[in-house]
Design a protein around this ligand. Sequence first.
Ligand SMILES: Cc1ncc(COP(=O)(O)O)c(C=O)c1O
Length: 474
Amino acid sequence: MKLTKKGLWNSPQEIFQKLKEIEQNDIKWNSGKVFGYVFDPGKVYRNISEKALIQYYHKSGLDFTVYPSLLYLEKEIVDFAIQHLNGDKNCCGNLTSGGTESILLAVKTAKDYVLNHNPSIKKPEILLPITAHAAFHKAAQYFNLNIKFIKITKDFKVDLNDLEKKISKNTILIVGSAPSYTYGVIDPIEKMASIAKKHNILFHVDACMGGFILPFFRKIKIPIPAFDFSIDGVTSISMDFHKYAYVPKGASVILYRNKELRKYQIFSCSNWIGYTMINPTIQSTKSGGPLAATYATLLAIGEDGYLKFAKEKWNAILKIQNFIKNHKDLKLVIESYTPLIAFTSDTVNVFHIIDEMNLMGWYIQPVLSHGNIKESIHLSINYSNVSKIDKFLKDLNKAVENARKLPSGILLEKLKPYLNQIDNPEIIYKIFEEINLKPGNIPKRFAPLNEVLNILKPELREKIILEFTNLTYP
Ligand SMILES: Cc1ncc(COP(=O)(O)O)c(C=O)c1O
């Protein structure tokens, strides 16, 4: 783009027209057809959240002494979150920009706390199952930590025997999920906490997805085990508001058992010529908007509203799971008690099903195979999907029929001679050419690429996707 000479302040409609044109090819996020990325409570609540967001947008969270309102809101929200997750008066926390920031902070805090108390640790490591979110891998990369993987059982939960075996003098943090993203499974948090406590190791529960909604599911009699601060041994929890609390994006909370631990999260710098910089979280200058939007959304939807959402979502979960169980070509990966579902097929290429659904305006997400775990399709069900379930299932049926007729493995066959050199960027660019992937040209069908990625090791997939991202971004 170029700057306008005189500015368009007098004809802003031109700007908004342009913005409309630019978004033409986006998925329609408020259509109810998107099973992921979007958590939309509907227009009435959304209007309230947006108004609050704008009212506080220009206030800066850089300095809480200048905006006491922001400190007040943060205290209100964190106090609510502590109560919601059965914490006590010693618990504390901060609002962050999202689940990833909460997780980065939990890991950084654990590292600094443990190394400060035990400087003899030379190779700090975190213990996680492959079901834990990728944000923990990002944290390990950013903070130079080793990851030691804990095995999982057949039902995708942490294997407790293996967890205990993997603990060493270098372990700084154990991670469990409530639930993990892909299959919506809750780890055995109570037992993990007792192992962590026995070995005097910090234990983080990633409840980014479940922290807000699971207490409401429990209230409508869905069997949800304890996963929060009610369990001795849980030392930190991440919970996102911008997921099942339906707050606009940019709102999560990181909570700690006590301030002695949280102290290691805070960054303070006076050793430069300028203002003393004190950052409790990663961002420094940050908008006050998400705080106000979180506060307003929680007040607007309220206990009854969230219970209604929970009931309707539960009915949708049952309906989708029943459909899949009775479908001749589809099968559930595992029965879920949360709004996160995954299903697969032994007879039809799931990547084609995803493309077919996408062409009908739906967003459903591919999950690549991992070791001996087969590829699948993931759904994060949110309230906006609820009224569309019948149409969704009808279209899913159609997508399976269409997918059955499509050829598989064509790109894979073409690339077979090159697969052993696939970490060579030239070969990677050849793949992009074959599927006509260039900046500004996102293909309509991803199945050919997904089929290639699906047979590669994670390290090679990462390389390909990294090159793709580097090519795509300016
Ligand atoms: C269990 C879990 N943890 C963490 C995250 C990361 O959250 P965010 O995308 O807000 O950074 C997600 C995102 O889906 C998640 O499902």
